[in-house]
Design a protein around this ligand. Structure first.
Ligand SMILES: C[S@@+](CC[C@H](N)C(=O)[O-])C[C@H]1O[C@@H](n2cnc3c(N)ncnc32)[C@H](O)[C@@H]1O
Length: 262
């Protein structure tokens, strides 16, 4: 009960606070990269054509699956979602799947407030065959790829990343990029994640942000299938767990649906 009360309070705060953090991020993104992250997160994008995600008995809006910071982790997303997305987009500037690795690629690393590191690399998308399916590979920074080359999403897929050595330090599940992802995700789409680079640092809101349930740590109880929470006029429902990452942090599939006014 107490948790619910805190959540309502913080949900309201988030919206105002996140806009101000996004403005700070945009002060760096605009002059350096020529774009801003959207602050229009209240509306949800609609797509009326759907594809069946048979394993979960769900109809998904027809859109892209986007996996930033993917490295070589393509087999599970492709086999799990092969028949339910319009296109696969994998972004990694240093380890692009199906393309030559270039861990020594010269790049600028820009520290953007509330966004983390943005790498100044943006390449043209390349169509590749990965795990027997056609996919589009971006040897690019994840945020730049999403902003410039990736259509709106039916699935945001993100796991196995960190802010430490070997990780991207791109904060996809912290407030600013999380809201940007929501602004690009169609109504009824999925977030598939182990909670990498969620909150739990820096400031109070970060700890209590309702979507930190993705990470399965206190103050929220361990999420169970069927659990749901509301945030920003959307209901997030825990649909299933991908069981193909044995011994790794569990990867949950959450559906994100607009709350309809009664
Ligand atoms: C810890 S690895 C995780 C790979 C994959 N998610 C997995 O679980 O196997 C992080 C990956 O992020 C990539 N990376 C680093 N900076 C990035 C950026 N700005 N945008 C996208 N990917 C980035 C690295 O090249 C690396 O392959």
């Amino acid at each position: 009960m107490e948790e619910d009360a805190a959540e309502v309070e913080y949900s309201v705060l988030d919206f105002v606070q996140v806009q101000s953090w996004a403005s700070e991020a945009n002060e760096v993104l605009r002059p350096r990269f020529g774009f801003e992250v959207s602050m229009q997160f209240l509306e949800t994008r609609q797509h009326h054509e759907t594809r069946r995600y048979t394993a979960a008995g769900l109809d998904l809006p027809k859109g892209a699956l986007f996996y930033p910071c993917c490295g070589s982790d393509v087999e599970v997303p492709i086999s799990e979602f092969a028949n339910c997305v319009e296109s696969f987009h994998f972004a990694d500037p240093f380890n692009p799947p199906g393309l030559p690795r270039s861990s020594t690629r010269v790049a600028e690393f820009i520290d953007v407030p509330y966004v983390g590191t943005v790498v100044g690399l943006l390449s043209n998308p390349v169509r590749c065959t990965l795990s027997g399916k056609s996919a589009i590979v971006h040897a690019s920074d994840g945020l730049l790829a999403l902003r410039h080359h990736i259509p709106d999403l039916s699935i945001f897929y993100y796991r196995g990343d960190s802010t430490g050595e070997g990780g991207s330090n791109q904060l996809w599940l912290k407030p600013v990029l999380f809201h940007y992802v929501l602004s690009r995700l169609y109504d009824g789409g999925l977030i598939v994640t182990d909670g990498s680079n969620c909150g739990y640092t820096d400031f109070d809101l970060d700890i209590i942000a309702p979507w930190n349930r993705f990470m399965r740590l206190p103050p929220f109880s361990h999420a169970c299938i069927g659990d749901s929470f509301q945030y920003l006029n959307r209901t997030f429902t825990y649909i299933c767990t991908l069981d193909r990452y044995q011994g790794r942090k569990p990867v949950g599939v959450w559906s994100v649906r607009r709350v309809h006014a009664i």
